[in-house]
Write a protein that binds this ligand. Structure first.
Ligand code: PLP
Length: 418
């Protein structure tokens, strides 16, 4: 039966006849409707950090739904799970006197962070600071602002101009950020938005000194630094909010995905106490922004248990402890004739990029490789010129080697198609 489901970011002319329907999951494994088992090397969309099938999370969410399914947290309303999760995140965050603003997901978190930054400057008497700078190749979701600042050009084009007061800088240069702030005029710049490791744009780790460097430049010019940790948080890099890897202190941090390991949708922004201060101390200075499901009690209850699991099973540390194993499994692929580059070694994130020749000769090569690897029982993710992996943090070293072996087999089979 033809599907009525319009898949995001998908070529429906192709996908309409070839859906891959998953039915259940257990730890690092997922099963399709024919009962075939796959190693979920993508953790769905970079988010099932504690693995699939955690009944503790499902039970907590169900219990909360039976008690109080939902209620908005606008004005003075709130609920216990939202208060408790905010307190827990504020304590874990590497920002002093942190405050937590909840959203329904990562894209909403990005738009919220930028709006907070603009309103912060206005409250500080600098309403001209509206310009937002982002990095080429970056991905910040598909809401209005996230689309407007997108560093992946294809995601920005075709929609008309969404955010005129924005610009992009090369992703690997601190000096380029400084030059752009000076070009636009510091008095006009609200924020610099950056992913600590660029994810969807190709899995690009920051150059040495980059994260601390860009935050220092921002602070030199009164610009707020927003770290988008939607992918990199909750253990993906071996830390809670990614930036601890560089001992860095941005002004705002966005999060989503790993906060609930995707068991229910939830995202948010952690704000440095200094940024929250004008809103928290001045009556009448209301942030007129927020969504219906912010602080949804069932999602927050799921988040609380997810954080317990990450702590109790020391999964955050595993994101770093296993990075060398992942690099060891993927690096040998660099010598394959079809491979231009292998990027691995920072957290449980890895990418295998194909050569320009392969991509030119076979435009579908990345998707083909992803499908060939799936036939070897491993689910990966396509990323432009590369296939990426970001497995659950519960993965065992031998399973990481299984990912490497499936990729190697897929590459050999791809070579036969050329
Ligand atoms: N920011 C980053 C860095 C992301 O990778 C994503 C999603 O992958 C988002 C924002 C958007 O999150 P969501 O898809 O939950 O809106």
């Amino acid at each position: 039966m033809e599907t009525a489901l319009w898949h995001p970011f998908s070529d429906m002319a192709v996908v309409r006849d070839s859906e891959f329907v998953l039915e259940r999951g257990e730890d690092v494994w997922v099963y399709d409707t024919d009962g075939n088992r796959y190693l979920d090397a993508a953790a769905s969309l970079w988010y099932v950090n504690v693995g699939h099938g955690r009944t503790e999370i499902a039970d907590a969410a169900a219990e909360q739904m039976r008690k109080l399914a939902g209620y908005s947290i606008f004005a003075d309303f709130t609920n216990e799970p939202a208060r408790a999760l905010a307190a827990r995140l504020a304590e874990l965050a590497p920002l002093p006197d942190a405050k937590v603003f909840f959203t329904g997901g990562g894209g909403e978190a990005v738009d919220s962070a930028v709006k907070i930054a603009r309103r912060y400057h206005a409250a500080q008497g600098e309403p001209s600071r509206v310009h937002v700078i982002s990095r080429e190749n970056s991905y910040h979701g598909t809401n209005g602002i996230g689309t407007g600042v997108a560093g992946i050009e294809a995601n920005r084009t075709g929609f008309g101009e969404i955010l005129p007061s924005s610009s992009r800088v090369p992703f690997d240069s601190v000096d380029a950020l400084r030059a752009e702030i000076l070009r636009v005029g510091p008095e006009n710049v609200a924020a610099f938005l950056f992913e600590p490791v660029i994810g969807a744009g190709g899995l690009l780790p920051p150059p040495e000194g980059y994260v601390r460097g860009v935050i220092d430049v921002c602070h030199e010019y009164g610009v707020l630094a927003i770290a988008d940790a939607v992918i990199c948080g909750f253990g993906r890099l071996g830390t809670w909010f990614a930036v601890e890897r560089w001992d860095a202190e941005p002004d705002l941090i966005t999060f989503a995905k790993g906060v609930t390991s995707g068991y229910l949708p939830l995202g948010g922004v952690v704000a440095h106490g200094r940024v929250a201060e004008p809103f928290w101390s001045r009556p009448g200075n209301t942030l007129r922004h927020g969504s219906t499901y912010a602080g949804h009690p069932a999602a927050c209850a799921a988040g609380l248990v997810n954080i317990d699991l990450l702590e109790r099973e020391r999964l955050i540390e595993r994101g770093q402890a296993l990075e060398g194993t992942l690099a060891g499994a993927l690096n040998p692929l660099a010598s394959h004739e079809l491979v231009a580059d292998v990027r691995a070694g920072l957290g449980l994130l890895g990418a295998v990029e194909l050569t320009p020749d392969v991509l030119e000769c076979l435009p579908s090569a990345v998707t083909d490789l992803h499908l060939l690897v799936r036939q070897h029982g491993v689910v990966t993710r396509t990323l432009g010129k590369a296939v990426a992996v970001s497995p659950p943090l519960t993965i065992e070293p031998e399973q990481i080697h299984q990912i490497g072996a499936a990729l190697a087999a897929g590459l050999d089979e791809l070579a036969l198609k050329l």
